[in-house]
Design a protein around this ligand. Structure first.
Ligand SMILES: *[C@@H]1O[C@H](CO)[C@@H](O)[C@H](O)[C@H]1NC(C)=O
Ligand SMILES: *[C@@H]1O[C@H](CO)[C@@H](O)[C@H](O)[C@H]1NC(C)=O
Ligand SMILES: *[C@@H]1O[C@H](CO)[C@@H](O)[C@H](O)[C@H]1NC(C)=O
Ligand SMILES: *[C@@H]1O[C@H](CO)[C@@H](O)[C@H](O)[C@H]1NC(C)=O
Ligand SMILES: *[C@@H]1O[C@H](CO)[C@@H](O)[C@H](O)[C@H]1NC(C)=O
Ligand SMILES: *[C@@H]1O[C@H](CO)[C@@H](O)[C@H](O)[C@H]1NC(C)=O
Ligand SMILES: *[C@@H]1O[C@H](CO)[C@@H](O)[C@H](O)[C@H]1NC(C)=O
Ligand SMILES: *[C@@H]1O[C@H](CO)[C@@H](O)[C@H](O)[C@H]1NC(C)=O
Ligand SMILES: *[C@@H]1O[C@H](CO)[C@@H](O)[C@H](O)[C@H]1NC(C)=O
Length: 474
């Protein structure tokens, strides 16, 4: 199922830049431009509790960098867009930036990369002319401090620099950026750095206006007739994410500069949106991120814009997860209370509820003993109540391995704990089994964050956009 391009680059990664790395990893982006941000030491505790070994700071926050010292966590720091101009125009400003934000913390804080600006070409096009100069100035400052082997410099780009990403085989960078892109790529190649890609299938899906099935955007399996095929390579793409990464590889190849690895520096799916953004919801966000993590291991904050832009986060500022998320690709994230349940919809058709109930307690392997006569959840003895219990039990067990809360449209997720009296729903903070569901054995043991030997394609490096968002500023 892997495209040649992807595999080729994968091999490059193994023998190239990241030979010392664990292999694949999923990191977390942290923005500190959030009200109610937990203290730096609390953030580190949350990261450690979730076995996160790589993070990206959008800035170079001194509290975070101090707190990360001796944490064993690899850190990518960021030059803010408003700093790019000054650094591009002055080598001494660049040197001062490196001294203050990088050299001062190494080696105890393991800074491994600097992201220069954020989507500079598309968000502040008039700074494009100084971007390469800023990267060069920072690189020279690193060389002067003998840090250029440990710390790599790159600049995250959005998919917007590739106007027609599909089919991937014919994708090219926007020719308006020819000279800048070429210089950036040459810089990356010369300094053995990597291309930073922000890949959001959510936008590709929404902007496609119905061309692409949502399953394609969410990494859900699709029947082969619905798969998206590149007419030139006849390669079947199972996910838009893969197609975006390949489009980037082809675009780099089109300027005859190959051998530059790609690191996905941001991805994600908004879990809440405005009334016209119905696909920005909790279930899709959970599906996307869990499938992305599985995809990787197998093989921000107050942003302006629509409401969905503000709701990409994985953690609340208090450290609990917005939705259950498995950073290990199999077991659930160890959080005390996930807060998401799956229940029968109020207006669901009773035949569908019965079918769903039968399926959940049968093939779905939900534990339905609590809704048997005499058991705590038997009363009220009606189909909706029993279906809710069974749907939720199935969902809590299976969502980390792709189980969804759907049941032919009869189910919905809710953050309201449906438990009552002595009837305790799976996933409730009062449930003795909360947070300790095991995935089906068929998925095999998967060690946290890329240590697994059972997963064949596990060398691409990713960071999941999971800023500690200010979720309730809305
Ligand atoms: C810092 O990160 C690099 C890259 O992951 C790793 O090779 C190195 O061992 C780390 N250093 C420390 C002191 O953890
Ligand atoms: C960019 O490069 C392409 C291919 O090399 C060329 O066709 C195009 O004219 C160039 N565009 C500009 C603006 O230089
Ligand atoms: C890349 O190389 C090919 C073959 O050597 C050549 O035909 C093509 O013009 C080159 N493209 C650019 C953008 O230099
Ligand atoms: C949704 O509506 C908001 C304003 O109400 C608008 O800014 C946004 O572009 C709309 N989004 C879509 C996907 O139409
Ligand atoms: C990993 O990928 C292979 C091949 O695509 C697939 O068969 C397998 O189920 C995947 N494993 C997981 C844990 O997703
Ligand atoms: C964390 O914060 C969210 C949002 O404010 C809230 O819904 C949730 O109950 C909180 N969790 C804990 C454990 O306090
Ligand atoms: C989660 O539970 C553990 C014990 O299981 C406890 O030590 C920790 O304080 C709890 N965290 C929160 C945020 O409630
Ligand atoms: C099913 O749930 C009941 C409690 O409702 C529990 O006592 C029992 O051990 C569970 N069975 C399995 C196989 O998990
Ligand atoms: C959970 O247990 C606490 C105390 O044991 C109780 O106050 C609370 O109502 C319970 N919550 C649910 C949803 O049953």
């Amino acid at each position: 199922m892997m495209c040649k391009k992807w595999l080729g680059s994968t091999v490059f990664l193994i023998i190239g830049l990241f030979t010392n790395a664990l292999g694949a990893y999923v990191g977390v982006n942290i923005g500190t431009d959030v009200s109610n941000m937990p203290s730096a030491s609390d953030v580190i505790a949350i990261l450690k509790a979730n076995q996160i070994t790589h993070i990206r700071l959008y800035d170079a926050d001194s509290h975070m960098l101090k707190a990360l010292s001796n944490s064993g966590i690899d850190v990518m720091v960021g030059v803010l867009n408003e700093e790019v101009l000054g650094i591009g125009e002055s080598a001494s400003t660049a040197a001062a930036w490196i001294n203050k934000n990088v050299a001062a913390y190494l080696p105890s804080t393991n800074i491994t990369a600097i992201a220069v600006g954020s989507q500079v070409l598309t968000s502040i096009p008039n700074a494009a002319s100084v971007l390469v100069s800023a990267m060069n100035n920072l690189h020279k400052a690193l060389v002067a401090s003998d840090l250029n082997f440990q710390v790599k410099i790159s600049t995250p780009q959005s998919m917007d620099v590739i106007p027609r990403p599909f089919p991937p085989s014919t994708a090219t960078f926007n020719s308006a950026w020819n000279s800048t892109i070429y210089q950036i790529l040459q810089f990356l190649k010369n300094t053995k750095s990597f291309y930073m890609l922000n890949a959001y299938p959510y936008y590709g899906y929404v902007n496609g206006n119905g061309i692409f099935p949502i399953d394609y955007a969410l990494f859900r399996s699709m029947p082969s007739v619905k798969q998206i095929v590149d007419p030139n390579t006849l390669f079947h793409y199972n996910s838009m994410f893969d197609a975006m990464v390949d489009a980037t590889y082809y675009s780099i190849a089109a300027v005859n500069l190959s051998g530059i690895p790609i690191v996905v520096t941001e991805s994600g799916w908004p879990w809440q949106g405005g009334a016209n953004e119905t696909d920005a919801n909790l279930e899709n966000a959970e599906t996307y991120n869990n499938n992305l993590i599985r995809r990787v291991l197998n093989d921000t904050d107050k942003r302006p814009g629509p409401i969905s832009e503000k709701n990409w986060g994985v953690f609340f500022t208090n450290g609990s997860t917005v939705y259950p998320l498995s950073f290990s690709g199999s077991s659930r994230l160890s959080t005390n209370s996930s807060g998401v349940f799956c229940v029968a919809k109020d207006d669901a058709d009773s035949d569908k509820l019965q079918d769903g109930l039968n399926w959940a307690c049968g093939q779905g392997q939900a534990n339905c003993s609590a809704i048997q006569p005499g058991q705590p959840c038997y009363l009220p003895n009606n189909i909706k109540s029993h279906a809710s219990y069974a749907f939720n039990d199935y969902y809590q067990r299976m969502h980390s391995v792709g189980g969804t809360c759907n049941f032919d449209g009869a189910a919905t997720t809710t953050s309201k704990d449906p438990s009552y009296g002595s009837c305790i729903y799976a996933g409730s903070s009062n449930s003795s089994t909360s947070g300790r569901f095991m995935p089906p054995a068929a998925f095999g043991p998967v060690s946290p964050l890329g240590g697994s030997t059972t997963l064949p394609v596990s060398r691409i490096q990713f960071l999941i956009s999971a800023a500690f968002l200010a979720l309730f500023l809305l």
